[in-house]
Design a binder for this molecule. Structure first.
Ligand SMILES: Nc1ncnc2c1ncn2[C@@H]1O[C@H](COP(=O)(O)OP(=O)(O)OP(=O)(O)O)[C@@H](O)[C@H]1O
Ligand SMILES: [Mg+2]
Length: 269
């Protein structure tokens, strides 16, 4: 056999919202076990791509497959764990942290959705893994931003997801929460899960990502993080980072300092 079948296949995906062309023929794939950063300015289509991967928006053209299955089937089969962008969740919804994580087990339960011992054990293990054991009974709306993100990661772990889609999991998250999330994701990828995450924190991408996709409605660059985060590319995509005085690659490290506040996503704004 040659290379393994892709875990994520995005093939010519175009999405329009009325007159707005959000994605234009986006094509890339990810092999199982890879951790990939999805990078791009505000409005470049990152959240839309996640929604297309989840089947939450309809593609006007192209298709996506997760382990060979269309999004709806992949979700029904519990293949996909999703951490939504913070702004897109109704935090007033009255539900406990343990309940959010238990939702990941629904696919494993019968139609009665009555948790069994194995479900409770999976939830307890996922809470432990993400450092949330002590907060299991807390309402999700009464958590900090970083704790909420970890609760969604825990849901994906309890679910046994093979593909993790995380839309700005580090926005507004402190260093210890970020470290916990990175550590958990690396462990999941070590066990064969595939991770696609969007972030505006470019400096850390080379540390924990195997590859990166730079999106600007289309795929502008694709490859190892240090190949994607070149000064020229950053200039083209963000309008920063280029020019003869710019440091060579590793120039990646200087990128966040160059990003204005408008380019930083999430709660911190
Ligand atoms: N529901 C919608 N209706 C109309 N236009 C939308 C809708 N959602 C997104 N858009 C537009 O589609 C484009 C892509 O938006 P998207 O949310 O995917 O970007 P993003 O890369 O996630 O940005 P950010 O970094 O700010 O989260 C933007 O121009 C946005 O205004
Ligand atoms: Mg977004």
């Amino acid at each position: 056999m040659s290379s393994p079948a892709p875990a994520v296949e995005v093939d010519g995906v175009t999405v329009r919202y009325g007159d707005v062309l959000a994605l234009d023929g986006v094509t890339f794939d990810l092999a199982p076990g890879r951790v990939c950063a999805l990078l791009g300015t505000n409005g470049s289509g990152k959240s839309t791509l996640f929604k297309a991967l989840l089947g939450l928006v309809r593609a006007d053209a192209g298709r996506v497959l997760l382990h060979g299955e269309p999004p709806q089937a992949a979700r029904r089969g519990g293949l996909v764990g999703y951490v939504p962008q913070t702004e897109q969740v109704d935090w007033a919804f009255p539900v406990r942290v343990a309940d959010v994580v238990m939702m990941g087990r629904y696919g494993h339960m019968g139609f009665t959705r009555r948790p069994r011992r194995a479900d409770r054990a999976a939830v307890a293990a996922a809470l432990e893994r993400t450092g949330l054991t002590g907060l299991a009974d807390r309402q999700i709306g009464a958590l900090s931003g970083g704790q909420r993100k970890r609760a969604f990661v825990a849901r994906g772990i309890a679910q046994g997801a093979r593909v993790f889609l995380l839309d700005e999991p580090f926005a507004g998250v402190d260093a210890p929460s970020e470290a916990t999330i990175v550590e958990v994701l690396r462990a999941m990828s070590g066990a064969g899960a595939t991770v696609l995450l969007s972030t505006h924190d470019l400096a850390r991408v080379p540390e924990y990502c195997d590859e990166a996709v730079l999106l600007q409605r289309r795929v502008v660059a694709r490859g190892r993080p240090e190949e994607v985060l070149t000064p020229d590319r950053l200039m083209a995509a963000f309008g920063v980072g280029g020019g003869p005085q710019s440091p060579p690659v590793g120039g990646a490290v200087t990128a966040p300092a160059l990003l204005g506040p408008a380019d930083r996503g999430g709660e911190a704004a």
